[in-house]
Design a protein around this ligand. Sequence first.
Ligand SMILES: [Fe+2]
Length: 346
Amino acid sequence: MTAVPIADISAFVGEKNNERERKEAAKQLADAVKVNGCAGITGHGLPEADLGEAFSTMRKLFGLPLDDKMKAPHPDGPRPHRGYLATAKEKSGKLGAVWSTSKSEKEFFAKAIDWKETYDIGHEDNRDQPNVWLPDDILPGFRPQMVKLYDQLTAVAEAILEGLMLGMDLTEDECKTLRQMHSPIEHQIRLAHYLPMNYDDLNDPNKIRLASHRDFSSYTLLFQESESGLEFQNRANGEYLPASPREGVMYLNIGELMERFSNGKPKGLYPSAMHRVAIRPTKDGEKTVPGRFSLPFFTKIKPAEPIYPLPSRVEADGKANYEPVGFQDLAKKLFSTLLPTDSPKE
Ligand SMILES: [Fe+2]
């Protein structure tokens, strides 16, 4: 496989309920995702105009003076995971090191600095992790625009969940359980700006865009503006496949949670995708690699829920590949490595 496969989920969007079309679409989605845990998704239903406006707002947001952006500061520590985090504050290399297999890679990631700034947003009714907003006069209309976008992305995520569940051939009870676990309150929008890289940056071995990692999500939806960089690992040979921006295509990658629900490894359905954001080489005549804007939507589950391989998947595979684990325990283990603190707030 040399490219990320594409799947059309329009059979799950809106009021359509054609069983034959849904089964075909679910098979296409499962066939795509089971290879490397990722797919390009068409027919997702998010209007291009709304996406364009979101990227336009991101340009304004990250173009603000630092003092203004710091009026919505991300707190120290992993939770609440909300608000603005300045350049070089997040250390994705520490997360990358968790999955590194070689000593040299671990050493590299230990020193790596993320050349990116981010702004995280959740549901307005999430009491555990309240949003951190800029004062409205700094970026008028930002809050209602993001609240609307959150709802639109939740609808896309619910369509994806229906497709993934049908592709797993679950019982109706198992589907009900997964639907109620994936509460709309728990998800997270991340606005990410990868800064332009000039010659000096490119020669700095410690500056990276985003280290190789697996997401601590159930599954992640990702939109990116014109500049590429996202890459998914091909499990067959360890090389990385580019996931270039294409009009109308959203990328989907499986995270840690859905991998476990689906009994996803070593050979089962829905393995989580190893992925990274690489710095592309400069093209002829270019003095810098341009900045990059991306918009991932991480789907999460209620924090009190246990994570375990679903019985139908265990029966199909002949054994459970994972022990049950609490969401909070898994979250603490992973997120305590990522942000610049040794004491998670939960
Ligand atoms: Fe990721």
